[in-house]
Design a protein around this ligand. Structure first.
Ligand code: SAM
Ligand code: SF4
Length: 381
């Protein structure tokens, strides 16, 4: 049996509206009959159980899209099926991503009864002008009320916020973060707004009608975020993730960052599984209809299925693992070691640290995580 932990990711692709910055695999909800998709997800899970063998799940994550639009009974069916197929560990984490509209908040109690114990609430901003600028359809008041309600229902609450927005000042961001902290979350994910190719924001940026703060200003937003959350007792355990104590880290995302195993079901879901000494990377059909057809015709929803080359396994280990403030155990790293002289140089520049067993990035290093790791893996100075 594999020593790696196993998780299940369930992708729910529908959203009430498509946000102008989002490049996830999402489709507008138009009152479609979603029963075929739920049945397909259950069928796909049966396929994956045969691939993984019986290994208990340590986490189940409903992501999207907007899984808070799911019928709570469908969430319950998927959780029951997962338990029957794999079984679960004693400290199973069940998370679900939610949008903070009144309609969705009305389902919180039923989602909790269905088995969700950790809600990840996409507040994004806490003032109406910024929410409008982000193309969101909820008000700041709705966001605050949904978070307060969620706090009374779910044992664990995480909130997502987006900073480095057009016209945002550091002062306003500090006040927003402080207001968010009055909601008593135990986990905060403050993301820097990124312009993703193919989105409405990318088109606005190329027309010049959207202008975001520059890199130096982005660094100021990052540093302010670290300071405010650290003062409030949150540990920055990953580049954009802060938790009140180790127990409140996202156990599911830890699977990704620590190169563990997870099965991905639902349209466009990715998965990773140890495969003997190799590692299998899978991706499901993107469109809900193609995904359902795949399962009806072949018994699974796989679009791409690849055995990763040793270099790719090594690169993923470091790319994901160095995002963690704890760093990674060097001895567990697969493949060729990272170039020693280049590690030394970055330790000297205050960008990396190393202990007898671990290698990691400092707070300054995590500010430019992708650049540092990209160069290290390419052997560049
Ligand atoms: C799957 S998405 C959204 C979950 C939920 N549907 C919502 O919108 O609240 C997860 C998170 O990614 C973040 N996100 C998505 N696109 C982003 C972008 N272009 N820049 C920064 N953060 C982004 C948002 O904070 C969002 O809550
Ligand atoms: S940000 Fe959330 S609600 Fe908006 S399109 Fe993306 S997944 Fe859907």
């Amino acid at each position: 049996m594999s020593a790696r932990r196993l998780g299940l990711y369930v992708h729910w692709p529908y959203c009430a509206a498509i946000c102008p910055y989002c490049d996830f695999n999402v489709y507008k909800a138009r009152g479609q009959d979603t029963e075929p998709l739920v049945s397909a997800i259950l069928g796909d899970m049966t396929y994956w159980r045969a691939q993984t063998g019986k290994r208990p799940l340590s986490s189940i994550f409903f992501g999207g899209g907007t899984p808070s639009l799911m019928e709570p009974d469908d969430v319950r069916r998927i959780l029951e099926c997962a338990d029957n197929l794999w079984g679960v560990t004693d400290n199973l984490e069940v998370s679900l991503e939610a949008n903070p509209t009144d309609a969705e908040a009305a389902r919180f109690q039923d989602l909790r009864h269905a088995g969700v114990e950790r809600l990840s609430l996409g507040l994004q901003a806490l003032d109406d002008i910024s929410l409008k600028g982000l193309g969101r359809f909820h008000s700041a008041q709705e966001g605050l009320s949904a978070a307060r309600l969620a706090r009374t229902i779910f044992p664990r609450l995480s909130i997502d916020l987006i900073h480095t927005r057009q016209g945002q000042t550091l002062n306003a961001w500090q006040q927003e973060l402080e207001l968010a902290l009055t909601l008593s979350p135990d986990h905060v994910s403050p993301y820097q707004l990124t312009i993703e190719e193919g989105t409405a924001f990318a088109r606005a940026a190329s027309r010049g009608t959207l202008r975001l703060p520059d890199n130096d200003q982005a660094a100021d937003f990052y540093n302010l975020t670290q300071a405010v959350l650290s003062d409030a007792g949150f540990e920055a355990y990953e580049v954009s993730n802060h938790a009140k104590g180790t127990a409140n880290r996202s156990r599911h995302n830890m699977l990704y960052w620590q190169s563990q195993d997870w099965v991905g079901v639902g349209p466009g879901a990715h998965g990773r599984l140890g495969w003997g000494k190799a590692r299998r990377a899978t991706k499901a059909h993107l469109r809900p209809q193609a995904y359902c057809e795949g399962i009806n015709q072949n018994g699974h929803g796989i679009l791409e299925d690849e055995v990763l080359a040793p270099d790719a396994i090594r690169d993923e280990f470091w790319l994901m693992g160095l995002r963690l403030s704890d760093g990674m155990v060097v001895q567990n790293a697969p493949g060729a070691p990272l170039p020693e002289d280049q590690i030394q140089a970055r330790v000297g520049q205050g960008l990396m640290w190393r202990s007898a067993t671990h290698l990691g990035l400092t707070t300054n290093g995590r500010l430019v995580t992708d650049t540092i790791i990209g160069k290290l893996l390419a052997g560049e100075t």
